[in-house]
Design a protein around this ligand. Structure first.
Ligand code: GLN
Length: 283
């Protein structure tokens, strides 16, 4: 027999050791997996910590814990991840939405605040988290999202349907995904792949789609293409915003300035790293 309390004690320890997580993080993950297996929330688990867990739930929990012990991210095990207060479906075909990307969305909403309506382009939409969040916050705007991966777009479409967001999706490589008559945009944004090909961190990311992560020798290949292409796809006064690696802010600002963008700036994430750079298309 096992109770939530016993699982928490035993498995927090195991998870800590297997993945070198700290105790608080492991405890939280065990709670989340247990709650998911039992179909209950945190409060229930605490109130029933000495109840026996039914066999079926215990077996489901055991399977999920094994996957986690093997290094699979919790979001892929649960099949979902929260972004901007909403649940997004995720599979290994898409990157798991991250808190840093919420900052990108917040910045975009700030730029949009002064626009009565706008045409928005989200390049490399993955799970669709950016485009869908913007569509729900600004239903007056027209939002187009692209991705090279058909599998990723299928997930993004499913998320848009489930969350009731109106987004137009196109498959293809960056701006090549757009139809001939796509017209110009007032805001282009992206969380593109930005990890250098030889970065040791890539090897640690064994479950995530590498095409969504790696971008050439210096990690800037895709950002270069996005910045270059933005010139011909933005209206005068329009903004380009891109997420990037913690050490790429200066390089990104340089790319934006070289391409003729004005008001070029970087915004810092909660960890204090320059994380989003943006610039304005001069009139
Ligand atoms: N736009 C998606 C996200 O921010 C996917 C990003 C990516 O695949 N590089 O999560």
């Amino acid at each position: 027999m096992s109770t939530p309390s016993q699982c928490l004690q035993r498995d927090t320890q195991r998870l800590c050791q297997a993945l070198q997580l700290d105790v608080a993080e492991s405890r939280l993950e065990v709670r989340v997996l247990l709650g998911h297996a039992l179909g209950v929330g945190r409060a229930w688990l605490i109130a029933h910590e000495h109840d026996e867990i039914p066999d079926i739930a215990l077996a489901a929990y055991g399977k999920m814990l094994d996957r986690r012990m093997a290094g699979e991210p919790v979001a892929y095990i649960l099949g979902e991840k929260e972004f901007f207060g909403r649940r997004f479906i995720v599979t290994p075909d898409v990157l798991i939405p991250r808190p840093e990307t919420e900052l990108l969305v917040e910045l975009a909403l700030g730029k949009l605040a002064s626009m009565r309506t706008a045409r928005i382009l989200d390049l490399g939409t993955g799970s669709g988290c950016i485009a869908i969040t913007l569509a729900l916050a600004r239903p007056d705007c027209e939002i187009i999202a692209t991705d090279q991966s058909a599998a990723a777009l299928a997930i993004a479409r499913e998320n848009a349907t489930q969350l009731g967001a109106k987004v137009i999706f196109h498959q293809g490589n960056w701006y090549h995904a757009l139809p001939q008559d796509a017209g110009k945009f007032d805001l282009i944004l992206s969380n593109p792949p930005y990890i250098a090909r030889d970065d040791a961190h890539l090897d640690a990311l064994t479950h995530e789609p590498h095409t969504a992560l790696a971008a050439g020798a210096d990690g800037l290949d895709d950002i270069r293409k996005i910045v270059q292409g933005a010139k011909t796809h933005l209206n005068p006064g329009g903004w380009l915003l891109s997420e990037h690696g913690w050490d790429q802010a200066e390089a990104c600002r340089e790319l934006l300035e070289q391409a003729g963008f004005t008001k070029v700036q970087t915004e810092t994430d909660l960890a204090g790293h320059g994380r989003i750079s943006f610039g304005c298309q001069s009139g």
